[in-house]
Ligand binder design. Structure first.
Ligand code: AMP
Ligand code: MN
Ligand code: MN
Ligand code: MN
Length: 273
C-alpha cells in the first residue's frame, strides 16, 4: 500500500490545487491519501467532491501547544460534519486570522510595512494566512533572498513572526479529533528539535491524553531516524503513520507519495480505515 497521509493544497500553504494534487496522487499510484491542510478541512471538502480513484481520508494538520512549544497534530478520518468539528475549524480559522494581524504588527515595528496585505495576496483567504505567505512577501519585496532566510530572520521559533499564544493546547485538539471519530497523530516528531528523552515524554503525554499515532515515516529523515521513532512508537503502543508533507516543488519537504516506508515493527494507522 502506498499511503500518503500528510500533504498540503492551496487551501493552506501548498502550491497545488486540490484537483492537481489528486491528479498527481493518481499518477504516483497512491492508494490512500489524506490532504492535511493547516487548521482547515477545506482541502478535504473540495477533494471529496472530485472524481478520483484515490481513496480519500479526511485530514487536518492542527497547530497547538504543548507547554511552551508549538506542535503539529494530524487528525485523520474525522467526520468533518459533526458540530464539534465544525466549531473547531471556526476556532482555528479565527486564531489564524488574528495571528496574521499580530505578526504583521510585529514586523511593522521592525520596519517592514504592508506585511498583512502582502501575505494575504499569497493566501487563499484572510483566515488561512500562514507564515509561508509572509515569507513569500518578504521574498517579493527583497527583505530576504530565500524562504529559509525569511524563517531564520523573521518567522521561525523565537523570531517576531513566531506567535503561538492563539493556538489551543494539545489536549483540546486531541479531544476535537476523538470526539469527531478521528485518530490523532503527532506530525513530523523529529522536527521539533527535542532531545529523545523529551520526545518520549511528549509522546507518553500524548498517548495519555487519547492520542493514538505518530508519523514514523516523514519527509527528510534518515533510516536511523525512522528506526528511532518506530521503536518509541512500539514501546508506547502508538500506531505508525506515513506522510510526505508535500507542499509543492518549491518547499523543502518530500515529493508526494515518496516518504520512506514504515519499518516492520510498526502497526500502520491505515489498518483502522
Ligand atoms: P504556520 O502554519 O503559519 O505556522 O506556518 C508553518 C509552515 O511554514 C510549515 O508548515 C512549513 O510549511 C513552513 N515552514 C517552516 N519552516 C520553513 C522553512 N525554513 N522554509 C520554508 N517553509 C517553512
Ligand atoms: Mn506548511
Ligand atoms: Mn507541520
Ligand atoms: Mn504539513
Amino acid at each position: 500500500m502506498n499511503c500518503d497521509l500528510h500533504c498540503h493544497s492551496t487551501a493552506s500553504d501548498g502550491e497545488l490545487s486540490v484537483e492537481a494534487l489528486l491528479a498527481l496522487a493518481q499518477e504516483r499510484e497512491i492508494d490512500m491519501l489524506a490532504i492535511t491542510d493547516h487548521d482547515t478541512d477545506i482541502g478535504y471538502r473540495r477533494a471529496r467532491k472530485c472524481d478520483t480513484s484515490v481513496r480519500l481520508i479526511s485530514g487536518v494538520e492542527f497547530s497547538c501547544t504543548w507547554g511552551k512549544m508549538s506542535l503539529h497534530v494530524v487528525g485523520l478520518n474525522m467526520d468533518v460534519d459533526t458540530s464539534i468539528f465544525v466549531a473547531a475549524m471556526a476556532r482555528q480559522s479565527k486564531a489564524r486570522e488574528q495571528r496574521a494581524h499580530i505578526i504583521a504588527d510585529k514586523l511593522q515595528k521592525i520596519g517592514i510595512e504592508g506585511a498583512y496585505e502582502g501575505a494575504l495576496a499569497f493566501a487563499s483567504a484572510k483566515d488561512q494566512i500562514g507564515r509561508p505567505h509572509f515569507a513569500q512577501y518578504l521574498l517579493q519585496q527583497g527583505s530576504v533572498r530565500t524562504m529559509n532566510e525569511a524563517f531564520k530572520k523573521y518567522l521561525g521559533a523565537g523570531k517576531p513572526g513566531d506567535v503561538k499564544a492563539l493556538w489551543p493546547d494539545l489536549e483540546t485538539v486531541i479531544e476535537w479529533i476523538n470526539s469527531s471519530g478521528g485518530v490523532a497523530v503527532v506530525a513530523h516528531p523529529l522536527r521539533y528539535k527535542m532531545t529523545r528523552t523529551k520526545l518520549r515524554h511528549l509522546l507518553t503525554d500524548f498517548g495519555a491524553m487519547g492520542g493514538r499515532g505518530v508519523e514514523v515515516a516523514c519527509a527528510n529523515q534518515t533510516t536511523s531516524d525512522t528506526q528511532t521513532i518506530a521503536k518509541i512508537a512500539q514501546d508506547l503502543g502508538l500506531l505508525a503513520s506515513r506522510g510526505s508533507d508535500f507542499h509543492g516543488s518549491k518547499m523543502p519537504w518530500n515529493a508526494l507519495g515518496r516518504a520512506v516506508a514504515l519499518t516492520k515493527n510498526c502497526e500502520p494507522v491505515w489498518q483502522l480505515f
